[in-house]
Write a protein that binds this ligand. Sequence first.
Ligand SMILES: Nc1ncnc2c1ncn2[C@@H]1O[C@H](COP(=O)(O)OP(=O)(O)OP(=O)(O)O)[C@@H](O)[C@H]1O
Length: 244
Amino acid sequence: MKDMIKVEKLTKKYGSHTAVDEINLSVKRGTVFGLLGANGAGKTTTIECILGTKKADHGTVSIMGMDPHKQRKKIFQKVGVQFQEAAYQDKITVSELCEFTASLYKSTTDFMELLSEFGISDKLKSPVKELSGGQRQRLFIVLALIPKPEVVFLDELTTGLDARSRRDVWKILADLKEMGLTIFLTSHFMDEVEVLCDQICILKRGKIVFYGTVAEAIRQSPYEKFEDVYLWFTDEEGQNDENL
Ligand SMILES: Nc1ncnc2c1ncn2[C@@H]1O[C@H](COP(=O)(O)OP(=O)(O)OP(=O)(O)O)[C@@H](O)[C@H]1O
């Protein structure tokens, strides 16, 4: 299977603070990769370096075999990104934002279908700023899927969604994966990581402390519940520090 994303020895510093420290990862086509870690561990910085919106200090990144700095326009057409906070006009409606997003790409999916799959088609004429937090979050996933991406980056996938919506989003993503979509996500919810991710990478202060499958992470720890396992790998004061 082809590597859709390959990162080698990626390092990014902000002043003297090393936010991402020599990380390596690779993501195969049609798989779901979860980048995990506490607040400030370096997840967003890693994604920004992969997308080329931040320049790494060291290391190499390739996405669909391309260099994110040299082939940014070509990558833009094939990659979807879910933003936490999108900059949009104050009064823009859901349909206007979808139409604007679609206008940026050569080939697009019918956004009406996506809005209805994500349960927000009745909000078409509503101003985006009047949506609830969960509705806005779902809209941002829709925007990421409009360009019919080959790879999609979903940062804090279901933050703010209620239990039903989270399950619905999981199902849609599982179906998209079956159709060959590659998904790179970050999440603070270990239940969804367990359900969705084929491979995970856990970061702690910019360094990889675990890389592999959820099952392998469980086997390498003294715990059985994945949330306990995750905390064991990331715990600042934890008993496992000597093993890292
Ligand atoms: N523009 C910046 N200037 C200086 N420091 C930054 C900048 N962006 C991020 N950092 C620092 O780099 C580290 C990694 O931040 P990053 O946003 O990548 O973490 P994260 O894992 O995405 O966190 P979260 O889960 O809270 O989104 C943090 O210590 C953060 O304070």
